[in-house]
Design a protein around this ligand. Structure first.
Ligand SMILES: Nc1nc2c(c(=O)[nH]1)N[C@H]1C(S)=C(S)[C@@H](COP(=O)(O)O)O[C@H]1N2
Ligand SMILES: [Mo]
Length: 159
């Protein structure tokens, strides 16, 4: 019985670590997702180039936000009209930082660029201070929406 507190602590640490790696996609979706690192790794990856805050160009690999949203079941493509045009996603980080993207910014029928949830830069997994997941917005003049340590993506509507 003496070892019980240690075991409990170990279990809590384990749960906490796996939780830190979990990404949720929720809100106005038909199939809310809670994805762990393995599930994300298993999804089709998109590569984009982007200039980081330090001005250096890097090659990022990750899951396109639109692919995550499609899997979670939100309105995309030809459904993006009428009231659905008022929908947006809130990307939230572990430090409470938030940024929004309107759905048409993410949809290939509207947008010319792919906004991704990156898990690697130049072939290397993102370091803990940045990752495991970070938004990359190619061609944006500021990096303020390159949310680090993303923990959730929530679909909402302005109407
Ligand atoms: N989680 C989180 N992500 C964040 C921020 C933040 O405060 N918290 N700051 C943003 C801002 S304003 C900028 S300019 C970039 C800085 O990117 P860097 O960390 O690669 O320099 O991260 C963005 N992503
Ligand atoms: Mo910034």
């Amino acid at each position: 019985m003496k070892r019980l507190p240690g075991l409990l602590l170990g279990l809590l640490l384990l749960l906490n670590t796996s939780q830190a790696q979990t990404l949720s996609v929720s809100g106005l979706v038909t199939n809310p997702l809670t994805l762990n690192a393995d599930a994300l790794k298993g999804m089709p990856h998109t590569e984009v180039s982007g200039k980081e805050h330090d001005g250096k160009e890097h090659r990022y690999s990750g899951v396109a936000l639109i692919d995550l949203l499609k899997q979670a079941g939100t309105t995309t493509g030809s459904e993006l009209r009428g009231k659905n045009l008022a929908k947006y996603v809130v990307v939230k980080a572990t430090d409470g930082y938030e940024a929004v993207f309107a759905l048409p910014e993410l949809d290939p029928e509207f947008a010319t660029r792919s906004i991704i949830l990156a898990d690697a830069a130049d072939g290397i997994a993102l370091p803990p201070a940045t990752g495991p997941y970070r938004i990359v917005v190619p061609d944006e003049k500021k990096q303020a929406r390159w949310v680090r340590q993303v923990k959730s993506i929530e679909v909402r509507t302005a109407n």
